[in-house]
Design a protein around this ligand. Sequence first.
Ligand SMILES: [Zn+2]
Length: 336
Amino acid sequence: MSRYSRQELFAGIGREGQGRIRRARVLVAGCGALGSALAETMARAGVASLTVVDRDTVETTNLQRQSLFDEEDAALARAKAKAAEARLLRLNSDVAVRGIVADLDAALADRLVRGSDLVLDGTDNFETRYVLNDVCLRAGVPWVYGACVGAHGVALAVRPGRTPCLRCALGERPAAGSGETCDTVGVVGPIVQVVAGLQAAEGLKILAGREEALVDGLVTVDLWAGTFDVASFGGRAPWCPSCTLRRFDYADAPAPPLAVLCGRDAVQLRGSGTALDLAALAARLRGAGEVVANEHLVRLRVPEAELVVFADGRAIVKGTADASRARSLYARYVGV
Ligand SMILES: [Zn+2]
């Protein structure tokens, strides 16, 4: 019996559909709660290759819902993309898994999306999602949006040129900081599994060549209220520049040198791109506070903040949402 026999027996996929899944290249953007569940489902489903991109490290507060990670990952401050890669390879060694520790900006997204048959959204912010939407439309690669907070979640499959995109569905990008986040109002584990399940099901339909089975519209679920709705749009929005003019404002905007990670009490600094000597940095910082280092990053904890510095000089400063304070902490501990 094939490892995938139960999936082949399912009429919606069949042997032919499974053959297609087996040849598919999937990109999971962001590997937090949704990304963990999405990547695990795709690895178990037997895709050919799975690329997981994430910019951050595993923390103890992630473990309640981010199913690929464990206490050791948090204690050693492992990069999520690398911890996920190791775990996914143990789940299915038939899959070519690649974990990339990076911020998914437009340039990187462009490169990765072009080599993919499907993109699954595991990000936690609209900045990245609107870039991803543009990049996928430009490359003609289908993607599935998903988000959850509290006990509430949404999912939408986007087929470029055929169905409404994220911009059609939600309008222009919401102002940074205007929405609730898991760090401000919390999130329960079950909604993660439900939203990731919706996204993964749409993804499998696309990969199996069963696009006629896709849900027509934006799915919204509230697990506490016990409600499930689908809002159809009746086609792409006539005003959407991404769909009608192929004008990709979000992907073509220059990446800012610094980003306040909304609702997260954290700031990301892009760094110079030149490789840092992480071992030397770790040795230098040991007198300044609690240091954890591995091949991908150095984490420094001092009473007023936490700095995670990656090999390319990029850093996430946690414990402040003040950009100038983050910059001065970076200058003090890492240098300019
Ligand atoms: Zn659109």
